[in-house]
Structure formats: C-alpha cells, structure tokens
Design a binder for this molecule. Structure first.
Ligand code: 5GP
Ligand code: ZN
Length: 114
C-alpha cells in the first residue's frame, strides 16, 4: 500500500527496531515509547483495521501475540504486566491506518499511563 508508513517499515524502507518477524507478522518498537519496550505487532498484509480481517489473518496475528508478549516480558524482570491495545478508526484514536496491536509493558503502579 503506497504511502502507508507501516508498509514502508515492513518493506525495510523506513528503519525500525525489530522485536519479532516471520513471513506474515512483524513486531517493532513504537517510535514513541509509552513505557520501555512498547511494541507494535502488525500483519504484513495491509489491512486498515480490525474490520478488514478475515478469519485466517485474525488467526495468524492473534496466534503470535502471546509468544511476542512473553518474549518482551521475559526480556526484563521488572515487567510486571502488559496492556494490549488495538485502536480502530480515528474516533477510537487510531492514527496509523495499518492495523496494529500495542503491547505496552507495565512496570509499576506509578507508570504514567492509563
Ligand atoms: P495508533 O494511534 O494508530 O493506535 O498508534 C500508532 C502508533 O504508531 C503510535 O503509538 C506512534 O507512536 C507509532 N508510530 C507512528 N509512526 C511511527 C514510525 O514511523 N515508526 C514507529 N516505530 N512507530 C510509529
Ligand atoms: Zn500498510
């Protein structure tokens, strides 16, 4: 998809810090870290939002999320939990219209994030 920033990241045209990658999914650090380790999980196929997933793509992406979440958690013993967030549509605060799941590690009750 032309002019999609995440398609360009997937194609390697824009640099990113890769956390996980296979033939159909990529996970990379969010450029704006809500907490350290904040990661975005995206399907390599361009779909704008959750409403465009078919069953196979949903299975592919959702199947990988626990493994990626566990790898992030295991990378830092200070991580106590994790928020997984998926915004769909501008009204729901989606700003990049290539579907993605935020994996946001939580370190303490004092994390400045709700
Ligand atoms: P949304 O608001 O759509 O749920 O989340 C989009 C996320 O993409 C934001 O957290 C934003 O920081 C991140 N983001 C936007 N542009 C880039 C970029 O060029 N590289 C990376 N790694 N993250 C980006
Ligand atoms: Zn895209």
């Amino acid at each position: 998809m032309e002019n999609c920033i995440f398609c360009k990241i997937i194609a390697g045209e824009i640099p990113s810090t890769t956390i996980y990658e296979d033939e159909s999914v990529k996970a990379f650090l969010d450029i704006s870290q809500t907490t350290p380790g904040h990661t975005l999980v995206v399907p390599k196929k361009h779909v704008a939002d959750i409403f465009e997933y078919d069953t196979n793509l949903a299975a592919t992406v959702f199947q990988r999320i626990p493994k990626i979440a566990r790898a992030i958690k295991n990378s830092n013993t200070s991580i106590k939990g994790m928020n997984i967030v998926n915004n769909n549509g501008a009204i729901a605060y989606q700003s990049v219209f290539h579907s993605h799941f935020h994996l946001i590690p939580r370190y303490s009750e004092k994390d400045d994030f709700k």
